[in-house]
Write a new protein. Structure first.
Length: 297
């Protein structure tokens, strides 16, 4: 089938923030890009909050997601409406059985191996922090304490996915994601696994994310091939550019001066936030709201 004849209809995309800090301008830019693409494809939007990282997630960060979307008047169609609704029905703990089933499925493929390497050990073996495959042939027990489960895959692995603009796209897994973790040492599912399972569970078929997560796309597409029958390989992807700080650095949730909460408490209005995003995009014409963003070429 040629790319020119490939014209799929997408039905559901998502906002998928991780509540490890207050939402910043980069997060909002990603939400706006997702919203614009969803409208182009007549797709609905799900709010899917990734709260599995118990060490970094805090309730005030989850609440900030609802507060910020409300303040900026960015709508979504499906998902939790408030913190209580999220915790009772949409928190990832409610889908733990699905993650555990997926882990057992992967285990049966023979692609997993147990690893007890610390970050220091990984850095000692590779100064760039890339995992060297040290535990591949050590045959450690999966159920011992302080053991992570890794998925055996080389960085040289060629992986293809469907880009909604350029069609089938092929690339190599980044070295940092070679032998990626699917179950952490605390026994909880890792991000790459839980994200795939969640998108399949909710029926997401269009994923919009930053170019910095291109590696995650390839990781997740490859991982899905080893799960039970699923349609993840047919999902459409769009990877947008990132907006950055004035010094060119990537925006971070640890940098409070770009958080919407900080700006809101400093007296900024909704229109000011949109205008700040527009300037960081290099737009000459001021962006003052959601409709202005949609109309950008």
């Amino acid at each position: 089938m040629s790319i020119s004849s490939y014209n799929p209809i997408y039905s559901l995309t998502r906002f998928a923030p991780t509540p490890s800090g207050y939402l910043h301008l980069g997060n909002i830019f990603s939400f706006l890009t997702t919203f614009k693409i969803a409208k182009t494809h007549h797709a609905k939007i799900l709010l899917r909050i990734d709260d599995m990282d118990r060490e970094r997630v805090r309730k005030e960060y989850i609440q900030d997601i609802f507060d910020t979307l409300d303040f900026l008047e960015i709508p979504y169609d499906l998902g939790p409406k408030n913190l209580k609704h999220f915790e009772s029905e949409y928190a990832q703990k409610n889908r733990m059985e699905l993650y555990l089933d997926a882990l057992e499925t992967l285990k049966k493929t023979g692609k997993l191996f147990a690893c007890n390497c610390s970050r220091k050990k990984i850095l000692d073996l590779n100064p760039n922090g890339y995992y060297s495959g040290y535990c591949r042939d050590r045959f450690l027990g999966f159920n011992k304490k302080n053991i992570a489960w890794r998925f055996c895959v080389d960085a040289r692995e060629s992986i293809s996915f469907m880009d909604i603009e350029s069609g089938i796209t092929e690339g190599n897994l980044p070295e940092i994601l070679a032998d990626f973790i699917v179950r952490r040492k605390d026994g909880l599912p890792a991000y790459q696994l839980s994200s795939v399972v969640d998108d399949l569970y909710f029926g997401v078929d269009l994923i919009v994310r930053g170019k910095d997560l291109l590696g995650s796309t390839m990781t997740q597409v490859h991982l899905s091939k080893f799960l039970s029958n699923n349609s993840f390989g047919q999902i459409g992807f769009f990877h947008h550019s990132l907006i950055r700080k004035a010094d060119g650095q990537k925006l971070s949730k640890s940098a409070g001066d770009t958080s919407v909460q900080f700006l809101r408490k400093s007296g900024k209005k909704k229109e000011d936030i949109f205008e700040m995003i527009g300037k960081r995009m290099g737009q000459d014409t001021p962006i003052r709201g959601l409709q202005d963003f949609i109309l950008l070429s």
